[in-house]
Write a protein that binds this ligand. Structure first.
Ligand code: GLU
Length: 499
């Protein structure tokens, strides 16, 4: 099941409203992996017919997001393609034409019912224990009735005539699903102001763009029988190539308290992960696990590995739970797995993103980050920790500050005496290497002064890095260099909690 025979064409079809949601990324990833696995085409279509809610900012955010993630699209905004335009706002003439032809073929009809009338009839249906929904009132109006509505100044919506038979399809994720006709009433395609709705434009574009597989969220499952019926009508009037795509509905993503992860949940904001320093491959690896597994007992994999084995029929239909801790753990595994030079580049990129480094770092800054990367690779969960972990190596001496709480805790009288002793031991050092620094400090502080290592190195660490937690101390001293290290060990003696 799910193994296509012809060329695969799939799409992601986000609406540019608000900030992109991680659920959207999961859907896009599955489509992308499916396309790449089958050597198919991945289309990016922008569903921006809701002119009141769409924003350019939101569209830019989508493009930035998918570019950052590396989910490259073969057709769509920026890259074009032979099925364009790929923005629905540029396709209104197409929809008007299809709507007209559906009406002429009798597959859709003008409906003059007002909202109040529809509500009253739904109310009655409920009271009588029948399913609410359009009752077919305007299906067969006489000319006189139509004239009456027109004279009363009413303008019609265009409504699709659903077949009176059950609709069954074989969902790629959920297996066979049947909808009974009483649960899928006739529905509106075009508003009475001429504005086409999602119900029309989404399947029309899937048909015209020759989409073969529609993989999307479970929240849209209820519109699938309508779309399948509409596909039949489109085939009849010659829109598209006459074949209906296969559908697969992906499981819900649940957040805290077993509620659907909503756009308002902070962990739902997909671009937030870039800003927080997640690696795209880490985030994608985690999101892949929301409904799919590469193998039992294996959570960490590359995108290439996913593409190689991705099988839509192995997606689990049960809701998936979003777990930020696990997302971080997966990201940390990808941080460890990067080549050091590559990780250094990513760290540089993040330090630029947060403004700690200029857009064009100097060669010295680059070299410092490269040299420091091995010290933090095993400790870092996200690149977001780089500014605190490495800031002390990169700031101008005049800008260097220490964490007041850590100063208060460690640079008391005893701490300052320790820092002074460390300064003197290091000032006398001939060669400035991790080993010689290590030996000199141990000898002076631990052996001669009899301090426990924790008491010996804590104050030195705060003096040098500004913080109680830092990359390994001796390596950090070596990287910072003799001159700057001695300046900090001297200045710390006056910045004391002892006053
Ligand atoms: N624009 C729709 C959405 O964002 C697309 C639904 C679909 O994939 O068919 O929900």
């Amino acid at each position: 099941m799910g193994s296509p025979t012809g060329p695969v064409r799939v799409r992601m079809a986000p609406s540019p409203t608000g900030s992109p949601h991680v659920g959207l990324v999961r859907t896009a990833l599955y489509n992308w992996a499916f396309a790449r696995h089958h050597g198919g085409t991945f289309v990016f279509r922008v569903e921006d017919t809701d002119t009141a809610r769409n924003t350019q900012e939101s569209l830019d955010a989508l493009v930035d997001l998918f570019t950052w993630l590396g989910l490259t699209w073969d057709e769509g905004p920026d890259v074009g393609g032979e099925y364009g335009p790929y923005k629905q706002s540029e396709r209104f003439e197409i929809y008007a034409d299809v709507a007209r032809r559906l009406r002429e073929a009798g597959r859709a009809y003008d409906c003059y019912c007002s909202t109040e009338e529809l509500e009253a009839r739904n109310e009655r249906a409920r009271a009588e224990g029948r399913a609410p929904g359009y009752d077919g009132h305007c299906r067969e109006l006489s000319e006189a009735q139509v004239q009456g509505y027109v004279d009363a100044g009413r303008t019609p919506v265009l409504r699709f005539r659903m077949p009176d038979t059950a609709i069954t399809f074989d969902d790629l994720v959920r297996g066979e699903i049947t909808f009974q006709p009483e649960n899928v009433p006739d529905f509106v395609l075009v508003r009475n102001n001429g504005h086409p709705l999602y119900t029309l434009v989404n399947p029309v574009d899937d048909a015209l763009m020759e989409i073969t597989h529609v993989l999307r969220g479970e929240d849209i499952l209820s519109s699938t029988p309508r779309q399948i019926a509409l596909y039949d009508a489109l085939a009849e009037i010659g829109v598209g190539n006459g074949t209906t795509p296969r559908f697969g509905h992906l499981p819900y993503v649940m957040g805290q308290g077993n509620k659907k992860l909503s756009k308002r949940d902070p962990e739902a904001n997909a671009l937030g992960y870039r800003d927080a320093g997640f690696l795209p491959e880490g985030l994608l690896n985690y999101l892949a696990l929301l409904g799919w597994a590469i193998a039992e007992d294996r959570d960490v994999f590359t995108l290439e590995e996913m593409v190689e084995v991705f099988d839509i029929s192995r997606v689990n239909p049960n809701p998936a739970r979003f777990d930020l801790k696990k997302c971080e753990a997966i990201n940390a595994a990808h941080v460890r797995a990067l080549e050091v030079d590559e990780l250094a580049e990513r760290i540089l990129g993040h330090l630029q993103l947060v403004g700690m480094l200029p857009a064009e770092p100097t060669e010295a800054q680059r070299a410092m980050v490269r040299a420091a990367t091995p010290l933090v690779q095993e400790r870092m969960v996200t690149l977001g920790e780089a500014p605190t972990m490495l800031g002390f190596l990169l700031v101008e001496e005049s800008e260097f500050t220490r964490d007041p709480a850590d100063v208060a805790k460690l640079l008391d009288e005893q701490g300052v005496a320790t820092v002074r002793a460390a300064h003197d031991a290091l000032a006398a050092l001939e060669d400035w290497t991790t080993d010689s620094i290590d030996r000199a400090l141990r000898q002076r502080l631990v052996e001669e002064l009899g301090l426990k290592p924790r008491h010996a190195f804590g104050p030195v660490r705060v003096a040098l890095t500004g913080r109680r937690v830092s990359p390994p101390l001796f390596e950090s001293l070596e990287l910072l260099g003799r001159e700057r290290s001695l300046v900090r060990l001297a200045s710390a003696q006056t910045e004391t909690s002892a006053g």
